[in-house]
Design a protein around this ligand. Structure first.
Ligand code: HEC
Length: 511
């Protein structure tokens, strides 16, 4: 209770009195600082936490090994909406999904699905925004650098076999549309927030899977278990989790996440169907070690290692440079080639004297595409594959320093995410007070329908808890103007002044 500042309590009580669309009673529970446990199976030390609601966990460079499969315990997580409850994996085989847009529409349980021919594919999952942190225009959304990617083995049934089971796709179908089973916030148009994505039907028929195993284990809840769509070689968002409906459709989904979200456009432009969708992943590589965690490496022989991939194509060559791309040396692939959608590990033996090095890698795929030095800036910071930004800095020393205690706050050495305590009670500026009114009334759908913010007495659970995220004013302004993932954009609904005020308010109230 001591952490709830006085203003918050008074406001919570005042709100309870006036009656509001929000649920102030939930506030007391949600504003209590808590330790949010990591999702099942995740090792906290291996991640950079961007968000705990919805989860956004970036794999640390040093957590990637050399073998081409990323273990579940270190596999990145990026969810557009909060994870459905554990109860949906209590009886995995009983999970039922609908199939429409076929000759004989119907449904199947996972148990029934498992009776169809089983396949295993290796495929990289990568968030569209992986590398966003490198773009100088600071796009809204989680600032991923390299670790929003992993490579896993997926077990499932081909979409083609599933559609065949229901008599085949209807003739007019051009796309394959999958819908996730996330809970949607009340009072918000479902199309605005639902995670529903479409891909070309030909792609769906070619190599997509409905998968229930990841790396030989039941698909973890946070990765879409009991059942997710795997679209080999396509960006993460297309690999819909918790699939509850699969349908060949004549048109692409009308959901915001398809129509305007995940579209590549110039900086400053709003997304629309005229812009390319984030489908096939471009050619990319980076080095993970040694010294991927920034720690010192002892002088002498060393093995540089990293990963390289290109959606649907596989890679044919990786080169490494120690002089910002003036000269290159070809690296060797190591370990098995798991197919055109997996990543390949590469190594390059080097002899290092003491000093600081910046190594970069550049992959070429089997169709001859080579990574550019610099990625093309685009509004939301998608598809970064420039080799320069991905440099691995290695600090080589003659002798290792004596083991030091970790800096306080450097890493959370327990399997949980600490929630910061509430802010000090400082009065709001006049601008922020205006912003408070925007937060409470003027923004529609209301910010509080999806976010928790103690000062405003809101306890929404669809988006990040703003008291925990503590976004600065710039980050709020960008998110509100542009929208992020399942969050709608408000640029057409609020004036610039209102957005400025809102940004000041959220920043001050969570400071
Ligand atoms: C329909 C639900 C919904 C509404 C309404 C909504 N948000 Fe969000 N918001 C989200 C979700 C979901 C995310 C996480 C987005 C992601 O990472 O994909 C988010 C993310 C954010 C972020 C973090 C952005 C970042 O850079 O990671 C901020 C700040 C934010 N919202 C502020 C607001 C404010 C202020 C309002 C009111 C104008 C608002 N939101 C309205 C759902 C919503």
């Amino acid at each position: 209770m001591s952490v709830l500042h006085r203003r918050t309590l008074l406001q919570a009580m005042a709100l309870a009195g006036v009656g509001t669309a929000l649920k102030p009673l939930a506030l007391l529970a949600s504003a209590t600082p808590s330790v949010r446990p990591m999702p099942t199976g995740k090792l906290a030390d291996w991640f950079i936490l961007h968000n705990d609601r919805p989860w956004a966990l970036e794999t640390r460079r040093a957590a990637y090994g050399i073998a081409p499969i990323t273990p579940q315990s270190a596999f990145f997580v990026r969810n557009n909406l909060p994870t459905p409850p554990e109860s949906i994996i209590a009886n995995r085989d009983g999970w039922r999904f609908e199939v429409s847009g076929v000759a004989r529409p119907g449904s199947l349980t996972l148990a029934e699905l498992k009776a169809l021919p089983t396949r295993v594919v290796a495929s990289v999952l990568q968030c569209s925004g992986n590398g966003r942190a490198f773009f100088p225009h600071r796009p809204s959304g989680s600032p991923w650098s390299l670790g929003a990617a992993g490579c896993a083995l997926w077990t499932g049934v081909r979409v083609a076999d599933v559609l065949e089971h229901f008599g085949g796709a209807l003739e007019e179908a051009q796309y394959l549309t999958a819908t996730g089973a996330e809970d949607l916030p009340e009072g918000v148009d479902a199309d605005q927030v639902v995670v529903e994505r479409s891909i070309p039907l030909d792609k769906g028929m070619d190599d997509c899977l409905l998968a229930w195993e990841m790396n030989g284990e039941p698909l973890p809840l946070v990765h879409g278990g009991p059942l997710r769509l795997i679209v080999p070689g396509y960006y993460g968002v297309n690999n819909v989790k918790w699939v509850r409906r699969l349908a060949p459709t004549a048109a692409e989904s009308g959901a915001k996440i398809q129509v305007s979200g995940y579209r590549v456009r110039e900086v400053g432009e709003s997304g629309g169907p005229q812009h390319p969708s984030m489908w096939r992943m471009n050619v990319k590589s980076w080095l993970n070690g040694p010294g991927g965690d920034g720690g010192p490496v002892v002088a002498g022989k060393a093995m540089l290692y990293g990963v390289a991939f290109s959606g649907e194509r596989g890679v044919s060559r990786v080169e490494v440079s120690a002089d910002e791309g003036q000269t290159w040396r070809e690296a060797d692939f190591v370990g098995p080639d798991l197919g055109p959608n997996a990543w390949r590990s590469f190594v390059l033996p080097v002899e290092l004297a003491a000093g600081e090095y910046r190594f970069v890698s550049r992959a070429t795929d089997r169709q001859g595409d080579t990574q550019p030095a610099d990625a093309t800036p685009n509004h939301r910071g998608y598809g970064h594959n420039g080799w320069r930004d991905a440099a691995l800095t290695v600090n080589v020393v003659n002798t290792l320093p004596a083991a030091a205690e970790p800096e306080p706050g450097e890493s959370v050495h327990q399997n949980a995410v600490a929630t910061p305590t509430a802010a000090v009670d400082t009065p709001l500026s006049p601008l922020a007070r205006e912003g408070r009114a925007v937060y409470l009334d003027r923004a529609q759908p209301a910010c509080g329908a999806c976010h928790t913010l103690a000062d405003a007495g809101s306890a929404g659970v669809t988006g990040p808890n703003l008291d925990v995220l503590k976004p600065g004013a710039d980050r709020v302004r960008l998110a509100v103007e542009q929208g992020v993932g399942a969050m709608p954009a408000f640029d057409a609904l609020l004036t610039e002044t209102e957005i400025e005020a809102l940004a000041a308010y959220v920043a001050e109230a969570t400071r």
